[in-house]
Design a protein around this ligand. Structure first.
Ligand SMILES: C[S@@+](CC[C@H](N)C(=O)[O-])C[C@H]1O[C@@H](n2cnc3c(N)ncnc32)[C@H](O)[C@@H]1O
Length: 261
């Protein structure tokens, strides 16, 4: 079911992980058997539970400035490109597909702004999407504990974050300049993408690890179609572009590709 809905392939070897993650859902529903749970999620009355099922089974590990070589490219290439493309009222659009709790999208916004502060006055937008509605909610709040912001350079932390207040008083909150550049939405990559936008760059990192080859191959092709000519695609450290879509991209560095014109 999770494969059909989300493209996530969980082999039998992951059964312990599945049981431990779903145990909380069973408790919440007052159910004592996994068999009853499966019957419930497959039934008409269990349709809402399918969202909880997906939220429970996604792996959301992320952190600020993860895989820093991509942010070096962003600082060196994307910031300059964004400045050029927005010079005469143009737009620059980046998609963090599978954004989890938002660290990737915010790290990118910080990198671009820090490299070219003028981008603050330009039409630059980063869209973060994820299938898991819980992480999208956290991303939208943009409030992170001190542990979570630990990988952020102190200079950047001081410049682009604010001390939290109210319920976030022990957290660091994304500052307005960065927040203005980033929006988040829930989106299942396996379904229709409502965006008319062609992206200048797509970050889809550490998302396809649980997808099978056929699913990945379709996804790479869809990304190619959703990008501007020579758009950048950044993928996770253990991922490679596979299948027919490989011909659509040229390598531009470690786990970095550009779509052909
Ligand atoms: C391990 S996190 C990676 C986060 C970030 N990209 C990074 O590299 O740090 C993978 C994310 O992909 C999301 N994901 C998995 N399957 C998805 C799908 N079918 N559609 C959209 N997001 C999906 C998960 O919910 C999870 O938040």
């Amino acid at each position: 079911m999770i494969y059909d809905d989300a493209g996530i392939f969980l082999p039998d070897t992951k059964s312990n992980l599945v049981y431990s993650r779903l145990a909380r859902r069973l408790r919440a529903l007052g159910m004592s058997s996994f068999r009853d749970y499966v019957v419930h999620v497959q039934s008409r009355s269990g349709r809402d539970e399918r969202h909880h099922l997906i939220n429970a089974l996604t792996t959301n590990l992320t952190h600020f400035f993860r895989e820093p070589h991509h942010y070096e490219i962003a600082r060196r290439e994307l910031a300059k490109e964004a400045l050029e493309r927005t010079a005469n009222g143009g737009r620059y659009r980046v998609w963090s597909a599978g954004c989890s709790t938002g660290e990737e999208a915010y790290s990118l916004a910080i990198t671009l702004l820090d490299a070219e502060p003028e981008l603050l006055n330009r039409d630059v937008q980063i869209l973060g999407t994820d299938i898991d509605s819980n992480v999208v909610e956290t991303a939208t709040k943009g409030a992170y504990t001190r542990d979570v912001v630990a990988p952020v350079e102190p200079r950047l932390l001081q410049r682009y974050f604010e001390a939290g207040w109210g319920p976030s008083c022990e957290k660091m909150v994304i500052g307005d300049d960065v927040r203005r550049m980033v929006t988040f939405k829930t989106l299942n990559l396996m379904q229709h993408w409502p965006m008319a936008t062609k992206f200048d760059a797509i970050f889809c990192r550490n998302v396809v690890i649980y997808f099978d080859e056929a699913t990945k191959s379709v996804l790479w092709e869809r990304f190619a179609q959703q990008m501007k000519p020579e758009g950048w695609l950044f993928i996770g450290h253990s991922e490679r572009i596979s299948g027919a879509a490989r011909q659509r991209f040229t390598s531009a560095g470690l786990t970095t590709y550009r779509v052909q014109r």
